[in-house]
Design a protein around this ligand. Structure first.
Ligand SMILES: Cc1cc2nc3c(=O)[nH]c(=O)nc-3n(C[C@H](O)[C@H](O)[C@H](O)COP(=O)(O)O)c2cc1C
Length: 339
């Protein structure tokens, strides 16, 4: 029987988990700790019904939180293993919530804390990167990312069921053009705009969502179609800036397109982002093309069983502000047995 985690260790794991990225900073996760294991659930109340009707981005966010939780456990000297959480507990969590996602029942995860193991220096470095990682929406330097670094990001993603593809200039051009079309499509969708309005604000006066402090500069060229978080705040003036001329763009794929595959993609995404942070690289998801189904299909060649789950721009950026997180107690359903 593994030693119980201290209350402090449980809190550290939860703090690490909620530092994960989530679409529009919705923080769509909930946790339960029973003394030996953390159950991590998608929070259907925080789903983006317009931009993410299937809950794909939501599960990616939860997968990233699970990765952080396991890295924190490992850095604290504990191994962990994953189990799908029971159908029953998952349903319980989703039941009665507005906009519940019954089809996702069972797609929650149980992280079981196991035996004691001295953390490797690499693991400690990843754990330290959790609090330093941020989405960087500002211009990156024109310097190319060395191929050895890109390979280490690919190794961080690779599991046999997830992979990271670094786009060559031709494919990058195609993906950016599809992203541009997707961005125009989303802007024309009143549901998308309403949702964006709900999750963006001019002032940093809330602990979720994206505030103007981190919207980033406007790109002077339409060739880099970054999401415009200020779309529903037209009075807000934002500086325009020249972004990197040849952005490094990578696409994360999963070997399926189910809630379980999305959770795995989220964990792979987070390993990539933490590895990037360790090496002084910044990253920005740019996922509009994944939110318009007929355009997303253009990124999935016919007959392929790899599905695109995340698109990232990567490079060398300056330090940016952190986005806030809600207090831990708002995420936790039950904390039992913490010594
Ligand atoms: C599935 C997913 C999609 C995202 N899409 C975008 C995007 O298109 N543009 C963007 O700037 N950030 C995007 N983000 C980043 C989130 O907005 C960001 O994680 C969140 O605001 C919290 O900020 P942080 O990453 O700095 O902690 C995405 C994140 C996730 C997990």
């Amino acid at each position: 029987m593994a030693e119980q985690l201290s209350e402090r260790a449980v809190a550290a794991c939860l703090r690490a988990a909620v530092a994960a990225p989530s679409m529009h900073n919705t923080q769509p996760w909930r946790f339960r700790f029973d003394g030996a294991a953390f159950d991590v659930f998608p929070d259907a109340e925080r789903a983006l019904h317009s931009a993410d009707p299937d809950g794909r981005a939501l599960h990616i966010s939860v997968g990233a939180a699970v990765c952080n939780l396991r890295v924190a456990l490992a850095a604290g000297g504990r191994v962990s293993r994953l189990e799908p959480a029971g159908e029953r507990s998952s349903r319980l969590e989703l039941a009665g919530r507005r906009g519940s996602l019954p089809e996702h029942g069972g797609a929650a995860v149980r992280v079981i804390a196991g035996g004691v193991r001295e953390p490797s220096p690499d693991m400690q470095a990843l754990a330290l990167a959790i609090a330093r990682r941020r989405t960087n929406r500002e211009p990156f330097a024109d310097a190319a990312v060395p191929s050895a670094l890109l390979e280490s990001l690919q190794r961080a993603a690779a599991t046999g069921r997830t992979r990271l593809v670094v786009l060559d200039p031709v494919r990058r051009g195609a993906v950016l053009a599809i992203t541009q079309a997707a961005d125009a499509w989303l802007r024309a969708d009143p549901g998308y705009r309403r949702e964006l309005a709900r999750w963006t604000s001019e002032h940093a006066d809330r602990r979720d969502g994206v505030s103007a402090a981190v919207f980033g500069a406007k790109a002077t060229t339409a060739a880099l179609p970054l999401r415009d978080f200020g779309l529903e705040l037209p009075r807000l003036s934002r500086a325009a800036a020249r972004f990197e001329r040849h952005p490094t763009v990578v696409v994360l794929h999963a070997r399926g397109d189910t809630p379980a595959a999305w959770l795995e993609a989220g964990a792979a995404l987070q390993r990539v982002l933490l590895t990037a942070t360790v090496h002084g690289l910044s990253a920005q998801p740019m996922t509009q093309a994944l939110e318009v189904p007929h355009l997303r299909r253009l990124l999935t060649p016919p007959g392929e069983r790899w599905y695109p789950q995340m698109i990232l721009r990567i490079g060398y950026g300056d330090q940016v502000a952190a986005s806030p997180r809600r207090p831990l107690r708002t995420f936790v359903t039950q904390l039992a047995g913490a010594a």
